[in-house]
Every structure is written in structure tokens, then in C-alpha cells.
Design a protein around this ligand. Structure first.
Ligand code: GLU
Length: 372
């Protein structure tokens, strides 16, 4: 909905390698990072939660190992990422610490955002970090995730993170200040300020305007926009080639916005209630039913019956004693464990199951009320 970085409550900022790492020396651009840290501190001071998706591990590591960045074998990229990620995390830790902000390194593979069980886990961890005011600095786990090291991946990763975290704004800091009708150095190229709909024409324009010298071109940015917008996250492509790139956007810099038509909250509810097929059901007592109506999570204590075949992270239907569906949600336990803890207090869960799971059977963030 928002096209205003100033108003965003939860922001994901993606930074490409070319901005963070000097192409010739392979060294970190520390002054630039310091400027960005100021901007992040300001967003946080205004009450926003901030997550970073930072590239740069391979670019930083390959010089150290003596590899030629232009001709890296797959295992050389992975080795470079292993070396560079240490330096990258350190740089972020220092840059954030200078603003009294805690940085947290989070290395993900696409499966962590695609597989629902892992997705819920990553979401909970990131939420716990945000609650404590920390700034998660996300990158791909390039060293082990072979299929992930490929063109444009961090654009997509950033969009997945934004969607998973229900961010209301995703900022892609790039070499260029947005999308053009053709390559910006060609005659007659026109800048596009707002993309209301990602039409085939827009995709075609992005294909012809592959100007970004990092691994992600415009086409991956438009793909990222598609993911972001469908999750209710507005996206902006803006130039990072300035000292304070986020302030620059707030001051109305030329950039390309992809506004979202719904809120992240609305998109998530639609996804849970409309897109996923429930694979089972729990019947809950009147106390739990009332608690759900009041916006609470579903605890095992209120469950009187369990049906179906479901795994952790699957969608289930929640019914009242009359058999009416009152809610749907993503369940934190598989069916066997749900049966084992049904009717029992959360404090008893670890003793019954032999491991410490979540306190809620269905957390309220993963729950949608139906038909009432
Ligand atoms: N994950 C890679 C790195 O940190 C960058 C991939 C990308 O920018 O798309 O070097």
C-alpha cells in the first residue's frame, strides 16, 4: 500500500555486492556502509523494524583467496563465500554497533523460505530478533547451497524474506535508479517511476535494461517485485550510488516503486485461509473458541479431538464443538504430537514429547478466523 519509506513499519533493505565491495581492490567500501548505517539507525529511531539482505561475501572472499572474480568455478565461489561471509558479518556488526544496534547474522537457503515447516521456524527466529531491536543481516548460505549461487539470487531471497516477514516495504539498492523503457544509456530511454502492474511489457523492458553490474539484473528485480507485491509488500528500486541511500529515497529521489494493493497482513490471511488446503482438523472446546475470537493463539489445552493427516507447518481447520469451522491456521506440531498433547497444558509439552516445542499449537500470527 505504502509508497513512502518514512511510513513503513517493517523494512527489508537489499544491498548488492557492487555497492559494498570495491570492484578493483576487493575491499569493503567502509564509508558507504557507515552512511547506510546512519540511515538504518534513523529508520529504527522512527520506530521501523529493519532487516538487511546483504550480498558481498563472494566479492570479499575471492580476492583474499587469490581467485579471479570473473572466472570463478562453483567450488571457488563457495570457498570465497566462506571466507567473505566472515568479513561481511564483521563489517555489519561494526557498522551497526557504531549506532548501538545489534546485528545478527542469518544464513538462509531458498528451502528455508519455501518449505513451510522451515519457513515458520525462520520466521519465528527473525521475529524474536526484531522484538529485541536487533537487525538481522541475511545472506544465502552460499558455501553449502550450490543451486543458490546464481544470477540475481539475492534479489529473490530479499523478496522471499520480505514476504515471509510480512514487511511493508522492500528496498533494492542498485547501481541504477530504477527501471527504464530501454537500457538507460540508449537514446530515448525513459525512467518509469511507478509500476502499478507487472505486465509482459514491463518484463520485456527489464530484460533489455540489464545494466546492473552485480549478479542481479533488472529482470531479477522485477521477479522480486512480483513476489513482494503478491505478499502485500511495496518494493522500490533505487540507486545506492549516494552517501545516504535511504535518506535519498525519503527525500524523493528518482526511483521505481512497485506499490502493493493490499497489506502484508491481508495477503497473509488470504494465503492461509484461501490458498492452502487444510490437511486435518482439531475440535476445540468453548473456552478455546472464545479465546480465538479474542485474537489469542490456540493452545493444546483447548483441543478435544484431532483428525486428518498433517505434518508440522501444514494448514489445519479449527472447529468448535458444534462442528463448525471457526478458524484455519498453520500447525506447530504433526498429528501424532498434536494427539499426544491435546487437552494438556503448554508447560507439560516438553515432558510429554521429550523435546521443547512451541507453546502454541497454532500461533495467532498463523491463524485466520473464518465466517464470524
Ligand atoms: N550471496 C552472494 C554473496 O554474498 C551474492 C548473490 C547475489 O548478489 O545475488 O556474495
Amino acid at each position: 500500500m505504502t509508497m513512502d519509506l518514512q511510513k513503513a513499519q517493517r523494512v527489508v533493505v537489499k544491498i548488492g555486492s557492487a555497492l559494498l565491495v570495491d570492484g578493483d581492490s576487493g575491499k569493503l567500501r567502509e564509508d558507504w556502509l557507515a552512511g547506510l548505517a546512519e540511515d538504518i539507525a534513523e529508520l529504527k529511531a522512527n520506530g521501523a523494524e529493519v532487516l538487511i539482505v546483504s550480498s558481498g561475501a563472494i566479492a570479499l572472499g575471492c580476492k583474499v583467496l587469490g581467485f579471479n572474480r570473473r572466472a570463478l568455478q562453483l567450488e571457488e565461489s563457495q570457498a570465497s563465500a566462506a571466507v567473505g561471509q566472515v568479513a561481511l558479518a564483521h563489517a555489519w556488526q561494526q557498522a551497526m554497533a557504531s549506532k548501538n544496534i545489534i546485528a545478527a547474522q542469518v544464513l538462509l537457503t531458498l528451502h528455508d523460505t519455501e518449505d513451510r515447516r522451515r519457513y515458520l521456524n525462520a520466521r519465528s527466529t527473525l521475529t524474536a530478533l526484531l522484538k529485541r531491536g536487533a537487525v538481522p543481516v541475511v545472506n544465502e548460505n552460499d558455501t553449502v547451497a550450490t543451486s543458490e549461487i546464481r544470477y540475481g539470487d539475492n534479489d529473490r531471497l530479499a523478496a522471499r524474506v520480505a514476504s515471509m516477514m510480512s514487511a511493508d516495504c522492500l528496498v533494492l539498492l542498485s547501481d541504477v535508479d530504477g527501471l527504464y523503457t530501454k537500457s538507460p544509456d540508449e537514446e530515448g530511454a525513459e525512467h518509469i517511476a511507478v509500476v502499478d502492474e507487472i505486465t509482459p511489457e514491463i518484463t520485456a523492458m527489464a530484460g533489455s535494461a540489464a545494466t546492473d553490474v552485480g549478479s542481479g539484473g533488472m529482470i531479477t528485480k522485477v521477479e522480486a517485485a512480483r513476489i513482494a507485491v503478491s505478499a502485500g509488500t511495496a518494493m522500490v528500486i533505487s540507486s545506492g550510488r549516494v552517501a545516504n541511500p535511504l535518506k535519498h529515497i525519503k527525500e524523493g529521489a528518482r526511483c521505481t516503486w512497485f506499490p502493493a494493493r493490499e497489506t502484508p497482513f491481508g495477503a497473509r490471511k488470504r494465503w492461509i485461509a484461501g490458498t492452502l488446503d487444510p490437511l486435518g482438523a482439531v475440535v476445540v472446546d468453548d473456552g478455546a473458541s472464545t479465546a480465538l475470537q479474542a485474537g489469542k493463539s490456540l493452545l493444546a489445552a483447548g483441543v478435544v479431538n484431532v483428525e486428518g493427516r498433517f505434518a508440522k507447518g501444514d494448514a489445519i481447520s479449527i472447529r468448535n464443538l458444534l462442528g463448525n469451522e471457526i478458524a484455519r491456521g498453520l500447525v506447530a506440531y504433526d498429528i501424532a504430537d498434536t494427539q499426544a498433547i491435546a487437552g494438556r497444558k503448554s508447560s507439560e509439552i516438553s515432558e510429554i514429547l521429550g523435546y521443547r516445542g512451541r507453546d502454541e499449537l497454532v500461533h495467532r500470527d498463523n491463524l485466520v478466523l473464518i465466517g464470524m
